[in-house]
Design a binder for this molecule. Structure first.
Ligand SMILES: [Fe+2]
Ligand SMILES: [Fe+2]
Length: 270
């Protein structure tokens, strides 16, 4: 663990610098992060004969739980009525994945690592964007710590991907397919349901609405350099040159898409 909850300067919490829209995002993020143990268990099943990686995966899971705890504690400071335990129960009851399965949904161990890299690309960019956007000093510090962890997580999975590829030899197209598939899944239930469970307990769940509500707030935080950094990491994980013309073009397109989508969703949600 590179930091602990005791190192966070909780007494510097500044209510006058709160943004209620960011509080909603933090509540949702706390639920997704706190679910880390379930995924660590799945990774240990997939890598059943690899003790070293299992140990790393358990450490990784514990760090994700710590992210959940830090964000939940901050969310409670920001909104003393936030009942994290009840929200997490709602999230677990409504969002179900078979974490006990011993084979990867991605078809291979390399595929599993590419998918994990994509998630860490998303989280590292997201917390970096949040760190740069928020005014409240305690949340800024939490996001600074989490963003640094997420980059290390990416490296952990990327290094293991390199080892897996020595045995599995997966071609570029398959790697790309897994990467794009996992990025597309960010539109699915996990984030939308977390947003719902954390913020809208009294209404009925509607995936499209909750997914848009979450994305509208998240896209607004992103700046061009966050998008560029994400594209570099994605290219590296699929085995493409991260400094090529293609990478620069992809980066420009990604940024345009995020800006366009952010504006479009904001119009729908306000
Ligand atoms: Fe995390
Ligand atoms: Fe992570």
């Amino acid at each position: 663990m590179s930091w602990t909850l005791d190192e966070i300067p909780w007494d510097r919490f500044d209510r006058s610098r709160l943004d209620p829209e960011i509080v909603k995002l933090v509540k949702a993020a706390s639920l997704v992060e706190f679910n880390g143990a379930a995924y660590a268990h799945h990774l240990c099943r997939v890598f059943y004969d690899d003790r070293d990686f299992q140990e790393s995966a358990r450490r990784w899971g514990a760090e994700e739980i710590q992210h959940g705890n830090a964000l939940a504690r901050w969310a409670k400071l920001a909104d003393p009525e936030f009942d994290f335990e009840a929200a997490f129960e709602r999230f677990q009851a409504g969002y179900r994945v078979d974490f006990d399965c011993g084979t990867s949904r991605r078809g291979s161990r390399s595929g599993e690592m590419i998918a994990r890299c994509m998630v860490e690309v998303g989280t590292s960019s997201y917390y970096a964007a949040l760190r740069d956007a928020v005014q409240e000093p305690v949340l800024k510090e939490i996001c600074r710590n989490i963003a640094a962890d997420e980059i290390r997580h990416y490296k952990l999975f990327y290094n293991n991907l390199t080892l897996c590829l020595e045995r599995e030899r997966i071609g570029l197209w398959r790697r790309l397919r897994v990467a794009v598939g996992r990025i597309a899944e960010s539109q699915d239930d996990e984030l939308a349901y977390a947003y719902y469970a954390a913020n809208e307990a009294t209404r009925a769940y509607e995936r499209r609405r909750c997914s848009r509500a979450y994305a509208a707030r998240a896209y607004r935080l992103c700046r061009e350099h966050h998008a560029a950094h994400g594209v570099t990491l994605i290219f590296k994980a699929v085995g493409l040159d991260a400094h090529s013309l293609l990478a620069r073009t992809a980066s420009r397109l990604a940024w345009r898409f995020i800006r366009f989508r952010g504006t479009q969703l904001t119009k729908v949600n306000t």
